[in-house]
Design a protein around this ligand. Structure first.
Ligand SMILES: NC(=O)c1ccc[n+]([C@@H]2O[C@H](COP(=O)([O-])OP(=O)(O)OC[C@H]3O[C@@H](n4cnc5c(N)ncnc54)[C@H](OP(=O)(O)O)[C@@H]3O)[C@@H](O)[C@H]2O)c1
Length: 328
């Protein structure tokens, strides 16, 4: 049997390059319930750094495979697999940083054709739609604020909140990103490098925020928490601005901001919503194929496993517009 290469976390370290190694692995036939996928595109995620550091939600003992969502082509199926055949294209969650990827067939999601715009639906798209709809109880005619709004996850949240008929505010760090947000239908883009978010919210949104889709943490989280509307919902999905110092984070006491407004802070982690993921992916693919949803892919090109550490570093510069991808 030939071998293939994959990127593993060999040791926990806050230095992604030191934590990771590319290893050769013997290919094998898939187990009866497995498919073997040749990865074509994989998404780069803020969580990659935290996982390699052993600081993500449920740290995995080393060594372990790295990589989130991947789009690819099935090259072999196990004897009990009847819902897929060789040549089908699928979206998988986990194992993205490998040339090949063994997956339980039950967890793979069919897609029309692997392409850059589809792969980021796997983490960013699914997180945005399920966090807003299932956790945020998103309806219409509300004010929704999205942080890291021009990023791989945020740009979907902006569009989905807009499609649902809401007024959407997006925060970002540059005028280029603000222009992208406007082109995606965002009603008010706040470049937090030039404008003070608290002051903008106080001056322009005196009734407060009904939903916050929050992934940055730090000062932005605090500003949004303090500006929730009566019965407002803050969905916290991440805190990238605090990740490099994650071990030092102390619990913030939020009750004094919540009770006077009957507001709530709600957490979302994609891993807890995998059962619902396939039906929401169908919805996202329909929106994408009908032109109602734009999947923004960052223009910086990363190729092959050797580029993964560069791609993770790049994501952490905060310069990306939409999803950062690695192509094989
Ligand atoms: N809970 C879940 O299941 C789940 C799933 C997917 C993503 N997430 C979370 O969502 C967030 C975004 O993840 P992503 O992978 O989609 O990344 P991304 O949004 O494509 O890129 C990260 C963005 O964060 C913003 N940012 C703000 N402060 C930053 C800082 N100090 N350092 C670096 N970037 C900073 C930057 O945009 P601007 O500064 O211009 O806004 C940057 O472009 C992360 O917190 C991630 O953990 C959670």
């Amino acid at each position: 049997m030939p071998t293939y290469r994959k990127l593993i976390a060999a040791r926990h370290s806050t230095n992604f390059r030191e934590a990771t190694e590319i290893v050769d692995v013997q290919r094998r036939d898939p187990a009866p319930n497995e498919i073997l996928v040749r990865n074509l595109y994989t998404g780069v995620n803020a969580s990659d750094y935290m996982m390699a550091a052993g600081m993500y939600i449920s740290p995995t003992p080393v060594p372990f495979d790295l990589g989130g969502e991947a789009a690819g082509e099935i090259v072999a199926v196990g004897s009990d697999v009847h819902n897929f055949k060789v040549g089908d294209h699928v979206l998988t969650l986990g194992g993205g940083y490998g040339e090949y990827n063994y997956q339980r067939a039950a967890y793979a999601m069919p897609i029309p054709k692997a392409r850059p715009e589809i792969v980021s639906l796997g983490v960013g798209g699914l997180t945005a739609i399920m966090a807003l709809e299932l956790v945020g109880e998103m309806k219409s005619d509300e004010t929704v604020l999205v942080t890291a709004a021009a990023g791989g996850t945020g740009h979907y949240a902006v569009q989905l909140a807009k499609l649902a008929g809401n007024h959407v505010i997006g925060t970002c760090s540059s005028d280029d990103k603000a222009a992208l947000l406007k082109s995606l239908g965002c009603d008010r883009a706040i470049n937090y490098k030039n404008e003070n978010v608290r002051q903008v919210l106080k001056a322009e949104y005196p009734k407060g925020l009904n939903i916050v889709f929050e992934s940055v943490g730090g000062e932005l989280f605090d500003a949004c928490l303090r500006h929730l509307a009566v019965r407002g919902r803050l969905i916290t999905i991440g805190f990238i601005a605090e990740y490099p110092n994650a071990q030092k984070i102390e619990t913030t006491r939020v009750h004094t901001f919540l009770i006077p407004k009957s507001a709530s802070v709600r957490g979302f982690w994609l891993n807890h919503y995998l059962r619902e993921a396939p039906q929401y992916l169908v919805k996202l693919i329909d929106l994408l194929e009908s032109g109602k949803l734009v999947s923004e892919v960052d223009a910086m090109a990363f190729h092959g496993l050797e580029s993964v550490a560069d791609a993770v570093d790049y994501l952490y510069t905060g310069k990306n517009h939409g999803k950062v991808l690695v192509r094989y």
